[in-house]
Design a protein around this ligand. Structure first.
Ligand code: CA
Length: 701
C-alpha cells in the first residue's frame, strides 16, 4: 500500500513537472513569428530557423567560447536517441528548448540545459516506405512557428505538432501520387506564415515540386513544379511552358526528376524563395531526353515569389545534367563587397564542383570557380553563365571516369559563412564516379538511373576517395585554407564570433574545432561515431552551448562500400551538447560481436547463379546494403550474419519478417528463386570476405 502511495506521489510530481515543461515550451515558442525570425540577428542566443537566420549563414555571433579558451570546452550532456540510422538534422533552439528530428521523421524536444527529453513525436512512417529512400531514412530538421513544430515525413506528409505537448496539431499529404516513390528528408522553411516543403525521389523516378501550406491550417497555398509534365496536358504555368521546349522524348513517364530535397531559402528583403533543384530522372540524359536540351529546371537555382510560387528567375548550374549534379545543396545569402560595390548575393557549392556567387535579385552569375577536382567542365563562361563542358564526360560512347561523382564535390552537409573572416567553410569531397549508359526500361519498383549503378559505386578504390574542410573566399573565388582528410562524408559546419569553425570528421568519429581565420586545430572530441549533421550554438542564462546530432549515416555510409568502411566509424545515435567546463563523458562502446564463419555454398550453386544473384542484389539491395554487400556500419554488414539468417532470405525478402526493423519486403518484384539467388551471392561475398580477413587461400569454385 505504502509503495503504491509513493508511486502515485511520484506520478503526481512527474505530471506537475511535465505541466511546467509544457507551459514553458508554450511560452517560448508562441512568439516565434515572421518578425522574430527576420530579426534573428538580434537574438544571438537562439537558433530560430534552419540556418539560424533567414540568410542561413550558420554564423553564431556568440563569443563566450573562443579560440583562446576552447581548451575548457567539454561535454555538458549526451542524450541517447535509440536509433541505428543517420542523424542529419540541424536543431532549432528557442530559449534553451531544442527541437530536432531523426530517422523515420521522429521529432524530439529536449531541455537544452539538462539534456532532459521533454517529448518524442513519432509520425509512424510505414517502414516499407524506406524502400523509396535513396539515401537513408534521415530527416534534416524541423521548423518552429507560433507554438507549432513542423516536420516533413519520409512518406510525404507534412505534420504540425503542438510544441507544448508534442501532440499532432494537423497533417496534410504533400504527395501528388502515392504510387510514386517520393520521400521527404529536408527541413521545412516558413515564409510569411506559409510552410514550404519539397521532396526527394529522383533516383527512383518522380516529378519534382515544392508546395506552400498555410502554417495555421495546413491548407495548400501554392505549388511549383520544377520540370514539365506530360505535354498532352496543359502546362501549369508560364515557367513550365518555357521549360517544355528544352525537353525531348517521354521524360514524364519516369517523372523527369528535379526534386527540391534540401535547400529552400527565404529572402524577406526581396520576398523571394530560392529553391535548389535536383538531378534528372533518370540520370543519363540520353535515356531521359534523347536529343539533349537544357532540361529546365534541373540542377538549377530557381527564385519564386513567396506568396504565389510564381517564378522570378532561374540559374542552371548544369544544363542537361547527366551525372546527378543536383543544385539542392545549401544556399547562403550575404551582402558582399565585390569590385567596390555591395552586392546582394546567393552562394552555393553544388555537387558539380563549382562555387557559385549569383546576384540574388536577378539570378545573374557574378562568378563561379572550381572548389574541387572537376573533370566534366573546364570552367564557367562569365558572359553566358554556362559551363564549358568536356565532351567525353557525357559518356555517350562508353564509360567515363568523372570528377565529381554522384556523391558530389559537396552534398547536403551545411556550409557556413563567417562575416568576420569573409570565408565560407565547405565540407568538400573528392570522389570519382564511373558513368556508363545501361539499357534502361522504366520500372517504378526500383531505381531508374539509366546508368550502370554497380560501376558507378564500385569502380574506384577506397583510397582515392577523400574529403576536406575547405575555407573559401567567395569574393576572390579562391581557397584560403584547407584541412585534408583521408575519407569523405565529413560533417556540416558552424562558425562563430569566437573565431571558430566546428565540424565533424568521419575517420575515427571526431568532433573538431579550428580557428576560423587560419584553420588551426584547437579542439577535438571523440564522438565515437561520424558526425555528419550541422552543429548549432545557442545560449541561455549567459552560458554558450554547442549542440550537434552525432550519428553516422546517409547515402555514403550506406552505399560507399569499402570507401565508407575505411572511416572505421561505428554507429551510435546521440544528441551532444558542449559548454565551457563541461565534464561529462560518453559511455564506452560495446565490443563488436564476433563475425560468424559463413556456411559453404551448396554444390548446385553455379557461377551463373551468382552472376544473376549479383545483378538482382545490385538492382534491389545496393542502396542500403552497399556494393558487393559491403556494409559500412550503420546497417549491419549482411555478410556477417549466421547460417540461420542466410536460410531466412525468403521470409525476410518476400514475407517481410523484418519490416518492423526497417527492412522492407520485395515480394512485388522478386520470386522465391530470385531471393535465393541474392542469398547465394551475399553468401559468396561473405565467404570471400572471410577468406580475405583470415588470409585463407580463396577456395576453388
Ligand atoms: Ca540525386
Amino acid at each position: 500500500m505504502r509503495t503504491l502511495m509513493i508511486a502515485a506521489g511520484l506520478c503526481l510530481v512527474a505530471a506537475a513537472s511535465h505541466a511546467q515543461d509544457s507551459a514553458r515550451i508554450k511560452e517560448v515558442t508562441a512568439t516565434v513569428d515572421a518578425k522574430r525570425i527576420q530579426n534573428a540577428e538580434s537574438e544571438p542566443g537562439n537558433w530560430l530557423t534552419h540556418g539560424r537566420t533567414y540568410s542561413e549563414q550558420r554564423y553564431s555571433p556568440l563569443d563566450k567560447i573562443t579560440d583562446k579558451n576552447i581548451g575548457e570546452l567539454g561535454l555538458g550532456w549526451a542524450l541517447d536517441l535509440d536509433t541505428n540510422r543517420g542523424l542529419e538534422a540541424t536543431p532549432i533552439v528557442v530559449d534553451g528548448v531544442i527541437f530536432a528530428s531523426g530517422p523515420w521523421s521522429v521529432v524530439w524536444a529536449v531541455d537544452g540545459r539538462t539534456g532532459k527529453l521533454l517529448w518524442t513525436f513519432d509520425p509512424e512512417v510505414p517502414r516499407q516506405w524506406g524502400r523509396n529512400a535513396c539515401c537513408d531514412v534521415v530527416n534534416r530538421g524541423v521548423a518552429v512557428w507560433k507554438g507549432k513544430v513542423y516536420v516533413g515525413t519520409l512518406d510525404g506528409r507534412l505534420m504540425a505538432i503542438d510544441a507544448a505537448t508534442g501532440k499532432k496539431a494537423w497533417e496534410t499529404d504533400t504527395l501528388i501520387d502515392r504510387s510514386r516513390p517520393y520521400t521527404i528528408t529536408g527541413a521545412p522553411r516558413i515564409a510569411n506564415g506559409k510552410v514550404i516543403i519539397g521532396n526527394g525521389g529522383a533516383e527512383l523516378g518522380v516529378r519534382g515540386y515544392v508546395t506552400a501550406y498555410d502554417a495555421e491550417t495546413g491548407k495548400q497555398v501554392w505549388r511549383f513544379f520544377t520540370v514539365p509534365g506530360n505535354p498532352a496536358e496543359p502546362a501549369e504555368n508560364a515557367a513550365m511552358a518555357r521549360a517544355l521546349p528544352t525537353w525531348h522524348g517521354r521524360w514524364w513517364e519516369t517523372g523527369g526528376g528535379g526534386t527540391v530535397w534540401d535547400a529552400i531559402v527565404y529572402d524577406p528583403e526581396l520576398d523571394l524563395v530560392y529553391l535548389g533543384v535536383g538531378n534528372g530522372s533518370p540520370w543519363a540524359q540520353q535515356a531521359r531526353s534523347p536529343g539533349g536540351g537544357d532540361n529546365l529546371y534541373l540542377s538549377s537555382i530557381v527564385a519564386v515569389r513567396a506568396d504565389t510560387g510564381e517564378m522570378v528567375w532561374w540559374y542552371q548550374t548544369t544544363p542537361g545534367d547527366t551525372w546527378d549534379y543536383t543544385a539542392t545543396q545549401p544556399i547562403i545569402l550575404a551582402d558582399l563587397q565585390i569590385e567596390g560595390k555591395t552586392r546582394k548575393v546567393l552562394m552555393q557549392a553544388p555537387k558539380n564542383g563549382f562555387f557559385y556567387v549569383l546576384d540574388r535579385r536577378t539570378g545573374q552569375l557574378i562568378s563561379a570557380e572550381k572548389f574541387a577536382t572537376v573533370t566534366w567542365a573546364s570552367g564557367v563562361d562569365k558572359t553566358t553563365g554556362r559551363p564549358i563542358e568536356i565532351p567525353a564526360a557525357r559518356y555517350f560512347s562508353g564509360p567515363a571516369v568523372v570528377f565529381p561523382s554522384a556523391f558530389g564535390a559537396h552534398s547536403w552537409h551545411p556550409m557556413s559563412f563567417n562575416p568576420k573572416t569573409g570565408l565560407v567553410y565547405i565540407p568538400a569531397m573528392e570522389i570519382p564516379g564511373v558513368y556508363n549508359v545501361k539499357d534502361y526500361k522504366y520500372d517504378k519498383r526500383t531505381w531508374n538511373l539509366g546508368t550502370d549503378t554497380l560501376e558507378t559505386f564500385t569502380a574506384f578504390p577506397p583510397e582515392v576517395a577523400a574529403g576536406s574542410l575547405l575555407a573559401w573566399d567567395p569574393v576572390k573565388q579562391k581557397e584560403a585554407w584547407r584541412i585534408k582528410y583521408e575519407t569523405p562524408w565529413n560533417g556540416g559546419t558552424l562558425t562563430t564570433a569566437g573565431n571558430l569553425v566546428f565540424h565533424g570528421v568521419a575517420k575515427g568519429g571526431k568532433f573538431v574545432a579550428y580557428t576560423a581565420d587560419t584553420g588551426k586545430k584547437v579542439w577535438e572530441f571523440d564522438a565515437q561515431t561520424g558526425v555528419v549533421a550541422g552543429p548549432v550554438s545557442w545560449s541561455v542564462d549567459g552560458e554558450q552551448y554547442i549542440t550537434v546530432m552525432a550519428g553516422w549515416g546517409g547515402v555514403f555510409s550506406l552505399l560507399g562500400g569499402d570507401a565508407a568502411k575505411a572511416t572505421g566509424v561505428r554507429y551510435v545515435g546521440r544528441m551532444l551538447t558542449f559548454k565551457l567546463g563541461g565534464k561529462q563523458t560518453l559511455k564506452p562502446l560495446a565490443e563488436l560481436p564476433a563475425i560468424p564463419v559463413p556456411p559453404p555454398l551448396p554444390a548446385h550453386v553455379t557461377e551463373a547463379t551468382l552472376k544473376e544473384g549479383s545483378r538482382l542484389y545490385h538492382m534491389n539491395c545496393l542502396p542500403c546494403h552497399g556494393p558487393g554487400a559491403v556494409g559500412a556500419g550503420q546497417i549491419r554488414d549482411i555478410r556477417h550474419t549466421d547460417a540461420s539468417m542466410f536460410d531466412s532470405y525468403p521470409q525476410i525478402l518476400l514475407e517481410g519478417a523484418f519490416v518492423s526493423r526497417g527492412m522492407p519486403k520485395f515480394d512485388d518484384i522478386l520470386s522465391k528463386e530470385e531471393a535465393e539467388k541474392i542469398r547465394y551471392f551475399v553468401q559468396a561475398q561473405a565467404i570471400a570476405d572471410h577468406e580475405k580477413r583470415n588470409k585463407v587461400p580463396a577456395t576453388k569454385r
